[in-house]
Design a protein around this ligand. Structure first.
Ligand code: NAP
Length: 292
């Protein structure tokens, strides 16, 4: 009997593509859901099935989930997150999908409630998942190295400064490659490990420490400067308001958390901020090869 494919939503995005690559490398059949089939084809070649569609188009969702064994659920922060994700989940359950792995918000955006519009949206989807008669797990990754830390590194390379509202505030940054490894583990494992998993890196690193690590990696001084966050305007779009809330929560030390989820599930330590900084600096300062 052939294995039913896993459907990956958000497959062309930063995290989704890492998850697809891992599933394909393991020989798993994969179907990707995308509005941009040409982009998916150029990313993954012929190694995946492509289901062209939009979360807002129910018929395209129903076609995409047909015969799917597992669903990896990911969509961007937006006012549509709750309706989009619940539509995908309900279509998958109606098609007898046996397991759903959701990429949720960071734990500190969800609990305690009331601090983050993004966390509230993810919480609403998690609550819906918990009411379903299928296996579901919500992965709550801490801040990703490839997003906020990568931006900090890029700015520091050009300006020699790390700027944050609270230089002592720490973050248990997680490398997106480790999130992808956990997601694939939970998609394929014999059994899932609970309703929610708070995934973090191995260390809590402050902005002051990031400046010191960059000073060493770049072999020149990188200053750490404290600057209050820009006043949050209530009329920005959903994503900008959500990001302004993340900045305030991080400054209040709420992201200073580590857990043992990665070593427990994967049997190895998560990737470190120190290694990520070395890797990024090496890539940014590499001398291009001579092309005659
Ligand atoms: N960055 C962090 O530190 C962090 C921390 C915790 C949680 N998260 C969560 O991670 C998620 C974002 O992941 P990401 O950064 O990998 O996303 P991303 O790079 O922004 O990619 C978004 C993906 O969603 C797909 N998409 C968007 N609108 C769609 C629609 N209407 N119909 C179908 N597909 C659609 C896009 O596919 P096409 O364009 O190909 O259709 C794309 O693959 C969010 O839910 C966020 O809350 C992020």
């Amino acid at each position: 009997m052939s294995i039913r494919p896993s459907l990956v939503t958000g497959a062309t995005g930063k995290l989704g593509r890492l998850i697809v690559e891992r599933l394909v490398a393991l020989g798993q059949p994969v179907r990707v859901f995308t509005r941009r089939p040409e982009t998916a084809r150029s990313l993954f070649g012929e190694t995946v099935q492509i289901a062209t569609g939009d979360f807002g188009d129910r018929a395209s969702l129903e076609a995409a989930v047909g015969g799917v064994g597992r669903l990896l659920l990911l969509s961007p922060i937006s006012t549509r997150l709750v309706t989009d994700q619940i539509a995908a989940v309900d279509a998958a359950v109606a098609a007898n999908t046996k397991r759903i792995v959701k990429i949720s918000g960071s734990d500190w955006t969800i609990e305690p409630a009331g601090n983050s519009i993004s966390g509230a949206a993810h919480a609403a989807v998690e609550q819906h998942l918990n009411s379903l008669p299928v296996e579901t797990v919500s992965l709550r990754p801490n801040a990703w190295m490839q997003v906020s830390l990568a931006n900090t590194i890029t700015r520091a390379i050009t300006s020699s400064q790390v700027i944050a509202p609270n230089l002592s505030a720490g973050i248990g940054y997680i490398d997106a490659r480790d999130i992808a490894d956990v997601a694939v583990h939970q998609l394929l494992a014999d059994r899932i490990r609970g309703r929610t998993l708070n995934i973090t890196g191995p260390d809590i690193v402050s902005f002051k420490q990031i400046a010191a690590l960059l000073t060493a990696a770049l072999d020149r001084p990188v200053a750490a400067l404290e600057k209050p966050p820009q006043a949050a305007s209530g009329d920005g779009d959903f994503e900008h308001r959500a990001v302004a809330q993340f900045v305030r929560l991080i400054a209040a030390d709420r992201a200073a958390v580590t857990t043992d989820v990665v070593p427990t599930l994967l049997g190895r330590s998560p990737r470190t901020v120190a290694d990520f900084i070395l890797e990024q600096v090496a890539a940014a300062t590499a001398i291009p090869e001579y092309q005659p």
